[in-house]
Design a protein around this ligand. Structure first.
Ligand SMILES: [Zn+2]
Length: 469
């Protein structure tokens, strides 16, 4: 059986069939970061979810084109640029770089394309021109260009494909300039915002005068530029469903007359310690905050993909402790298999059917919780067979090969000595020096210090080895 996913458009679980007649190529777009600050752990849940989808599609043999935009011009950015008196590119560049670094820390595969909004102004302008030509947009008295929901609906198009909207109770026809507006109003939204004094130096020329694009039009222009008018998958957090994604559909289908996206996938919210994350509650974490508490990227990644993407996830520091324990169990089992496999022979039969169960779980609307269940069943069974001496080198090699395939999706990898941070390596070297000088008191003290930092030293015939505790 193939992959089945919950499509927000149909509100049902559907078989995944790519638009490509050959059934191989898949286009996937995920709304990227707005680079005005460090991304928080709620944002990261969505990005790691997108990475899981990407890795699983690649695991299934699809040729993926993964696009994630960088929103580098938008209301919040302009405000921060004004407050910090930094040039736009300099301001957004630092957060874009931090974002890409964090993406790596979480072992996410880098999207094939990461287009910046500010580098697609001509595409954005031409899309707005198409909407004007089709009579679906208008320039208002303030000089800004708006999308007309009424005209769009008038030509038989559906606004509200993702969320059910009750138009009778809404004040249709009102106009908003803000990128993020109240969910209660189905308002005409700005495609192009006329320059105002607060924009400072952030503006571009256009047929409608100086100004800048609205947030929603950026995603339509960039996704269709790279993936074409119609593509397979569009992902995002559930908070983006309305108005952002509804507006993307309206702009794109309004301009091209073609269906925009075949499958919409939305990741659910993340709570922290049972509550909505907020700075005032003290439960607001960026990735860097958590790294600063001594957790590793793979532990955080593990926690973020431990629950099904459509379930609200309660993220706690206890989860991260649990992630550490769970990963240690996997590492230990793999370590034993590697030792056994070292007397390498041709692959024999793998000890279980990890791959079959793992694939069945993820095919079922990406049920990652069940996939982890299959992993830990396998760890338990493998440990039992190792203890009973039932595995030989060939079987261990086959088991490791199977694990490699599974980990190509989970991406929790294996921590090698080389990946230990420099300060840890330094401590290890200091301990070696102390041992050579027969200063065992000092070498023991350094060992304890490493342990407190989450690293264990194993003395092997080939020298000391570092392991994450
Ligand atoms: Zn978007």
């Amino acid at each position: 059986m193939g992959l089945r996913i919950f499509n927000t458009l149909s509100r049902s679980v559907q078989e995944f069939v790519p638009l490509d007649p050959a059934g191989r190529q898949v286009g996937m777009y995920c709304c990227g970061p707005t680079v005005y600050d460090f991304a928080h752990i709620g944002n990261w849940r969505t990005f790691v979810f997108a990475d899981l989808v990407r890795r699983y599609l690649e695991f299934k043999g699809y040729e993926l084109r993964h696009v994630m935009n960088i929103t580098d011009v938008e209301d919040k950015i302009i405000r921060r640029v004004r407050e910090t008196q930094t040039p736009l590119r300099e301001f957004t560049g630092q957060y874009e770089a931090a974002f890409l670094e964090d993406l790596k820390t979480l072992n996410c595969r880098r999207p094939h394309h990461t287009p910046r909004a500010t580098e697609h102004i001509p595409e954005i302008i031409s899309l707005i021109e198409q909407l004007l030509a089709r009579g679906l947009a208008y320039q208002a008295g303030d000089g800004s260009v708006y999308f007309s929901i009424e005209k769009y609906r008038g030509c038989g198009c559906a606004y509200g494909q993702l969320v059910k909207l009750n138009f009778d109770e809404m004040r249709v026809g009102e106009r908003v300039q803000s990128d993020e507006y109240a969910k209660e109003s189905v308002a005409d939204f700005a495609l192009w915002k006329a320059r105002v004094p607060d924009d400072g130096e952030v503006f571009w020329p256009s047929p409608w005068g100086e100004g800048r694009p609205g947030w929603h039009i950026e995603c339509s222009a960039m996704s269709m530029k790279v993936l074409g008018q119609s593509f397979d998958l569009h992902l995002g957090g559930e908070d983006l469903m309305f108005p952002h994604h509804e507006d993307e559909i309206a702009q794109s289908e309004g301009a091209t007359g073609q269906p925009f996206v075949k499958y919409w996938l939305h990741g659910a919210f993340l709570l922290v310690e049972g509550r909505k994350m907020s700075k005032s509650l003290g439960n607001f974490f960026t990735l860097r905050d958590l790294l600063g508490k001594g957790f590793s990227g793979r532990e955080i990644r593990y926690a973020l993909i431990s629950a099904h993407y459509r379930e609200t996830f309660n993220f706690t520091l206890e989860n991260l402790q649990g992630a550490r324990t769970a990963l240690a169990r996997i590492d230990e089992c793999l370590g034993k298999l590697r030792e056994l496999a070292n007397a390498a022979k041709p692959p024999g039969a793998a000890p279980g059917d990890l791959l079959t169960e793992f694939t069945a779980a993820l095919d079922n609307d990406l049920n990652v919780a069940a996939a982890w269940g299959a992993v830990f069943d396998w760890v338990r069974a493998t440990n039992r067979r190792l203890a009973a001496g039932e595995l030989d080198a060939a079987m261990a090699t086959a088991a490791l090969a199977e694990w490699e395939k599974v980990d190509s999706v989970l991406g929790i990898g294996v921590v090698a000595d080389a990946e230990a941070p420099p300060e840890i390596i330094e401590l290890l070297e200091a301990r070696q020096a102390a041992r050579q000088a027969k200063d065992f008191k000092r070498s023991d003290a350094i060992r304890d210090e490493l342990k407190a930092k989450g690293w264990i030293i194993e003395d092997t015939p080939k020298g000391p080895k570092l392991k994450q505790a």
